[in-house]
Design a protein around this ligand. Sequence first.
Ligand code: FAD
Length: 332
Amino acid sequence: MTRRIKIAGGGLAGLSLGIALLKRGVAVELHEALAYPRHRVCGEFISGVSDGTLGNLGIAGALADAERLATASWNDGRGLVSEMEVRGLGISRWDLDGRLRCEFENLGGVLHTGSRISAGEGIVWSAGRPRARGGWIGLKCHFRGLELRRDLEMFAAPGGYLGLARIGNGVVNACGLFTERHSNGLKGPQMLIGILESMGLGNLAGRLRNAEADAGSFCGVAGFQPGSQRGPAFSIGDAAWMIPPFTGNGMTMAFESAECALQPALDYALGKSDWDSAAKAVERSQRRRFRKRMAAAMGLHVFLTVPLALRTVLALARRRCVPFQTLLQLVR
Ligand SMILES: Cc1cc2nc3c(=O)[nH]c(=O)nc-3n(C[C@H](O)[C@H](O)[C@H](O)COP(=O)(O)OP(=O)(O)OC[C@H]3O[C@@H](n4cnc5c(N)ncnc54)[C@H](O)[C@@H]3O)c2cc1C
């Protein structure tokens, strides 16, 4: 006889933990405040996740046909700054979350959509980034007919950054993080393009204007602060640790935090531990796994978002004095 586990939040962290528990015979009830499928603000570029983690969670199949991304570049308003190699996957969140949701239900998980619940004993908190005054807006939109020079193109300018990633079927995802002062009165993809223009990324804005925007995929978020979060007990995913988006590691951390939560949740379900001990074990395990990469990412986030620091980094990078490849390793 096992205890049923409830999960609040059906993003990547909640769904993948739910699937892993179901595969081990635990009954799981998942509450998701909104609906599936839906577009989410995300660069849709996954990097650094190991086959071991995906296998342990039992979710490798959901990524089997994802686009393989190998080349990347950093650019500013003047053009190419640096090139590097990456090992990543591109896939739309519409597809990925939808596939995990189907797998969860196929395994017998009970899913309540349109259901917002509160934290409490026996409830894993995977409800995403908490609301906070952060001064950032995140925007994303899919485009067709947009020629990419690398699999992943990153652009930085005073006021924010944006990534273009191939996500398959000829679709490119454009997603960026901008300071709120750059928000304008425009709507949909035009808002994104207008922001890029106002940041001095006119060439990029022109490329997006000449491509075909999928207006239905446009979405935005505001009111969050990257870093370690003070969520309720037994928090996982962004609810516990939100890494700055430029790293392309937030989805990986959502999977890894589900992996950190798996054994403590099993111990609770099997009556081997109480909720408080299980919650503390999850917190310790995530701290060990994420502390260093989060510190590195938060440090680099300052360089990318403080105009003077960014200009200095870009000037040094043009002289090949910034080891982008090494920095990339530090945030994984
Ligand atoms: C601009 C931007 C770009 C990004 N780009 C990338 C990228 O390229 N690569 C990458 O790896 N990561 C990226 N990320 C980060 C990545 O999207 C997140 O780290 C990841 O989605 C976190 O998953 P999660 O399951 O923790 O949270 P979420 O995906 O946010 O899921 C939380 C879910 O909980 C639901 N919910 C909230 N409250 C409740 C409640 N009370 N009850 C029930 N349900 C609730 C919400 O509706 C939501 O569906 C980016 C983030 C931003 C903001």
